[in-house]
Ligand binder design. Structure first.
Ligand SMILES: Cc1cc2nc3c(=O)[nH]c(=O)nc-3n(C[C@H](O)[C@H](O)[C@H](O)COP(=O)(O)OP(=O)(O)OC[C@H]3O[C@@H](n4cnc5c(N)ncnc54)[C@H](O)[C@@H]3O)c2cc1C
Length: 384
């Protein structure tokens, strides 16, 4: 069977693309094969992101915040969001939502197999799994098959353990999310807690680090226990969900399409849509999905080249990451300066690739010149 599209990997990017294809009155007639080794029935991650307008996935937003907080031991800044909302979607809600919608279409086939390779010639793309071979006009790949090598020289790892906890007594203010609490030991790299209350008795607390190496399992758990007891002042709680994640924050080049393989489109993290300076991915996947759908509707190749502005944001990200990788400044120092000096909503616009050039000049002016200029020049001339 020849498919129009094969979606290789049914995670955030693969299912966002599937949902958008099926929402379109022309593209939803295409023959689509979705291949994943996993059936996506676990709540394996929680996505948070900020956006100005509601997306396709508004109905599964679990909670949203209009007030956020940034903290260190020296200062605390609580701020109201006017344009943006900070939102949370649970992985399992997202998978179930898209998969239930796709069940309505006879032209969508799911195949739960491990992908071994993906290749193409001028006419067709070919995907080989442990059990078979499938062909399509395009393969949209979010598996790590074509990922560049991640090394300690080119990347930091964003690693975290998150616990959703429930208390008997009301202790949280569900209107206020803590984006970053840096009032922790920084001995293992940039280290902060993320506290997102979804009710007065429930919150996701995440111990997050940007560093070259992972810690041993117990260290994350001890840090979470200590923070909940000493900082949140909670003695009794139940852990209702646990998640662990490692996201590459990398200078390595994630290609939009593997070299000379134009019928393979890398999407999601594999396509370079994980922001090098922050690890956020979900909102960039949505922007990329829209661009691919527009291209397909116009009969063009869905391999969309980054625009001039996207290249600029990529350069800013690489510069910030280079400053951290070369230890010119710590993550805590960089984020503290920005949250002390700048309008926090403008920081979110900058981190979301939605700022104006004038705001970017202001952001650059807020950080120390020497480390950023030297990393900026280095990254400007780097090939990635
Ligand atoms: C725990 C966790 C929390 C995160 N939280 C946030 C957040 O709050 N905000 C944010 O913006 N980003 C977050 N991220 C980062 C990013 O958004 C996610 O990693 C996101 O899922 C990336 O989407 P993706 O489609 O590229 O990859 P995935 O969602 O990982 O999808 C890839 C799919 O490919 C499948 N696959 C891989 N290899 C093969 C193979 N050989 N054969 C068959 N199938 C294969 C996998 O099973 C998977 O379903 C988080 C990541 C993790 C791990």
């Amino acid at each position: 069977m020849n498919y129009d599209y094969i979606i290789a990997g049914a995670g955030a990017a693969g299912l966002s693309l599937l949902y958008s294809l099926l929402q379109d009155s022309e593209l939803n007639k295409s023959n689509i094969l979705v291949v994943d080794k996993d059936t996506k029935q676990q709540n394996d991650r929680t996505w948070c992101f900020w956006e100005r307008e509601a997306s396709h996935f508004e109905s599964i937003v679990n909670h949203e915040w209009k007030t956020l907080e940034f903290k260190t031991e020296e200062f605390k800044r609580q701020f109201e969001l006017e344009e943006y909302s900070y939102k949370m979607i649970r992985g399992i809600d997202f998978y179930e939502f898209v998969l239930a919608f796709a069940q309505k279409f006879d032209n969508v086939t799911f195949c739960y197999e491990s992908i071994i390779s993906i290749d193409c010639d001028k006419e067709k793309a070919k995907l080989i799994t442990e059990n078979g071979e499938y062909k399509a006009n395009y393969v949209f790949n979010s598996t790590p098959i074509f990922n560049p090598e991640i090394t300690a020289e080119n990347s930091l790892l964003q690693h975290f353990e998150g616990w959703e906890i429930e208390t008997k007594q009301p202790v949280f203010d569900e209107k206020v999310g803590t984006l970053m609490d840096f009032s922790l030991s920084q001995e293992n790299g940039a280290t902060f807690m993320y506290v997102l209350p979804t009710s007065s008795t429930k919150a996701l607390v995440e111990y997050t680090l940007f560093s070259p190496k992972l810690l041993d399992k117990e260290t994350y758990k001890t840090a979470l226990k200590n923070y909940i007891k000493d900082d949140l002042k909670i003695e009794e709680f139940e852990i209702t969900h646990e998640e662990f994640g490692v996201i590459p924050m990398s200078l390595a080049k994630f290609e939009p399409s593997p070299k000379n393989k134009d019928r393979i489109v890398n999407i999601g993290t594999a396509g370079g849509y994980t922001k090098a300076s922050s690890g956020y991915t979900f909102q960039f996947v949505q922007t990329h999905t829209k661009l691919m759908i527009e291209a397909l509707k116009q009969g063009k190749s869905p391999v969309v080249s980054p625009s001039f502005r996207e290249k600029m944001f990529h350069w800013y990200d690489k510069t910030v990451l280079d400053v951290m990788l070369t230890k010119k400044m710590t993550g805590k120092e960089i984020f503290s300066i920005m949250f002390k000096k700048l309008n926090p909503e403008k920081i979110l616009a900058f981190l979301g690739n939605q700022s104006t050039f004038w705001q970017e000049i202001k952001t650059m002016n807020s950080v120390p010149l020497i480390p950023f200029v030297s990393s900026g020049i280095k990254q400007f001339f780097s090939k990635n």
